[in-house]
Ligand binder design. Sequence first.
Ligand code: ADP
Ligand code: ASP
Ligand code: MG
Length: 452
Amino acid sequence: MVVQKFGGTSVADPDAIHRLIEIVRTARSRDGRGPAVVVSAMSGVTDALLAIAAAAGAGRVDDTISTLEQLRERHLSAARALAPSEADAALGTYVNAQFDDLVALVRALAVLREVSPRTLDVVAAAGELLISRIVAAALAKAGLPSEWVDARHAIVTNDDHTRAMPLSDDTDAAVRSSVLAVIDAGRVPVLGGFVGATADGDTTTLGRGGSDYSAALVGAGIGAVEIQIWTDVDGMLTADPRVIAKPRLVPHLSFAEASELAYFGAKVLHPSTILPAVRRNIPVRILNSRKPEGTGTIITAEPPPAATPLTALACKRDLTVVDITSDRMLMAYGFLRRVFEVFERFRTAVDVVTTSEVTVSVTVDNCRHLDAITEALSEFSQVSIEPGMALLCAVGDRLRNEPAIAARAVGLLEEVPLRMISQAASRRNITVILRQADLPHAMQRLHEEFFT
Ligand code: ADP
Ligand code: ASP
Ligand code: MG
C-alpha cells in the first residue's frame, strides 16, 4: 500500500477534494487496501492562522475574529458541499466547535497580549485537524470506507514547539496502532500532516511545510511501498518555477540529491521528508494532483542511470550574510567553537559557511535574534551584516566525479559578484551566495546552459 499526501492546493476547495477522492480510489482499487491519506491545511489557512495568533498577541481582537469567521465559513461550506446529508451533521458540529474554541482562545490571547510557542502550535494545528476530518467524511460519502485519525495520536515529538522533532521509535509504534490498524480493518485512514503531540499530549507542529515529513513518517511506520507527495506541479523541476519560466521535469532523483535540493530551497519537498524514507528505503514520488496520469518524479536510493551533468537548481531568498573577523582566529583553535556556540545559544541555524584567514562568513535565514547574536559575537570579533542576499545551488550526483561541471557552472557566473562559494564534502552540490537582485539572471544563465 502507499501513503498519499495532498498539499494545500490539492485540498483548496471542493473541486480539488473531488480530484483527491478519485486519486485515492485509483490507488485503493490497484492495491486492494489503503492508501493512508495525509493532508495539509487548505491553501492559505496556516498563514491566516499564524497571522491571527500574531494579531491577537498584539491585542487586536476584532480583525482576528472576523478572519476566523471567514475561515469557519470556508470550512463549513466545503463540508456542506462534500458531505451534505443529515448523517453528516456531526461534521458541521465538529467544525463549529473547533472554531468556537479558536475564538475563545484568540480572545484570551488578546487579553494576555502574549502568544507562547506552545499556544501558537494549538492555533496552527487547527487547519490540518479540520480539513482532515472533512476529507475523511468526503471519502466516506464517495463510497470509500474511511476513518479520521487524530495526528496527535500518530506523530510523537519532542516539545520544541513550532519545529518539533519526531521521536522515531515512538512514532513508528503510534503509527502502527493508529494508522495501520485502520488499514488492516479495511478502511482508508485520513490524518492531518504537520501536526503531532508530545508524549504528554501537548499539540506540536513540525515546522512550515511539515506535512511532507508527516507523510514520510507514516510511510515508514506502516512499511509503505511508496510515499506519494501530490502537489500543484508535475514533480521536482529543474528550477523553481517562480524564478524560471519553463523548467523541465526531473523524472528520477537520488535520495541524496533530493535532500540537498529540498534543504537549499526546493519548496516542493520539506527537507526532512527523505530521512524516514531512507531509513526504510521507501521510494518517494512527487505528483501533480491536477494531472494524475503523469509519472512525476521518483526519488530512490539509486541515482538515475543516465544522469545529466546537473540534476536541478535550487534557490533561497532573504538570506543575511554575517562576517565574523578576528585576528585571534589566525592559527588558533577554539575560535570556530565560540562562533557557533553563539548561533547555538540563539537557536539560529546557519546554512552556508566559508572561512578565510581571519574571517568566517555564514548565512542565516532567520533574523529573529540577529541583534543579540551580533552583540554576543562582538565581544570577541568584528561583525558585519549584509542582508538582501540569496543562495543559488546546483545539485547533481555527477558533480562528485567530474570537477569540470562545477568549474563550468561558476565560470558561467563570471559577471555576477559572488559573495561566497561553497562545495561541501558530499560534492553533490555547488552553492554560491549572491545579491538577491542578481539571482534571476544568474539562475537563468545556469538553467539555459545546463537544461535547455
Ligand atoms: P504543497 O502545498 O502541495 O505542499 P508547496 O507550495 O509546499 O506545495 O510546494 C510546491 C511549490 O514548490 C511549487 O508550486 C513551486 O512553486 C515550488 N518549487 C520551488 N522549487 C521547486 C522545484 N525545483 N520543483 C518544483 N516545485 C518547486
Ligand atoms: N500547512 C502547513 C504549512 O503551510 C504544512 C504544510 O503545508 O505542509 O506550512
Ligand atoms: Mg509543501
